[in-house]
Design a protein around this ligand. Structure first.
Ligand SMILES: [Fe+2]
Ligand SMILES: [Fe+2]
Length: 229
């Protein structure tokens, strides 16, 4: 499977107060993550993917409710955001096969989920534009982190273990795929989320929507009753 080309250097230059808040908040969280995880990329991926899977579902919920109240079309936003949440959850399900979180990290995940869900929900209600910009900046950082993870694998500091079965099935990777192949498709997913969320924020701000990186192909998840039929 070929991974779609992604532009690693995409950065939305903060324009105006809300963008600066979003960027400052992202850089503060980046500092926390760098301090907490240092070079433990597998653990970093597991913990941060539990956070990354939240905004899409929050955005989908709030847009869904708004469309019901206003009786208007969602312009495809709800499905896009739900797909993002599912895709991030599959990142989590993949990296949990690579690194097992410590008991302390599991406690951090529970605490962070409470705080982040409530804060992000409130932010989305107050300013959906800022909320999408925050996610756009988070995803810029995710692309950088997965690029560091690739270097870690290429330089032999992280073993290039076989790709977990769940990842091979989801992205249709060959049987001999490795962790490196997985990190490449995950990074391409993050670049897609980055561009989609910057695009949504720009659309809400009345700015032109830039180029959107292609999402690597993956299977559609289906319930067991459907698979058995
Ligand atoms: Fe992710
Ligand atoms: Fe992401």
């Amino acid at each position: 499977m070929s991974v779609p080309f992604i532009d690693l250097g995409v950065h939305h230059k903060p324009q105006g107060f809300s963008d600066r808040i979003a960027y400052g908040f992202t850089k503060a969280l980046r500092w926390c993550a760098d301090t907490f995880f240092a070079e433990r990329y597998g653990h970093r991926a597991v913990v941060l993917e539990t956070v990354a899977a939240v905004p899409g579902m929050v955005g989908a919920t709030i847009n869904h409710l708004a469309c019901l109240r206003r009786m208007c079309d969602d312009k495809g936003w709800i499905k896009t955001l739900m797909d993002e949440a599912e895709n991030e959850r599959m990142h989590l399900m993949t990296f949990i096969e690579i690194s097992k979180p410590t008991l302390f990290e599991r406690a951090v995940i529970i605490g962070v989920q409470w705080v982040f869900y409530l804060c992000f929900f409130a932010l989305y209600l107050v300013s959906s534009k800022t909320a999408h910009r925050v996610v756009g900046y988070f995803e810029e950082e995710a692309v950088i982190s997965y690029t560091h993870y690739l270097a870690e694998i290429d330089e032999g500091r992280s073993p290039n273990v076989p790709a977990p079965a769940i990842a091979r099935q989801y992205w249709g990777l060959p049987d001999d795929a490795t962790l490196r192949d997985v990190v490449l498709v995950v990074r391409a997913d993050e670049a897609h989320h980055r561009d989609v969320n910057h695009g949504f924020a720009s659309e809400l701000a009345g700015l032109p929507v830039g180029r959107i990186a292609e999402c690597p192909p993956h299977v559609t998840l289906e319930p067991n009753w459907k698979k058995a039929a």
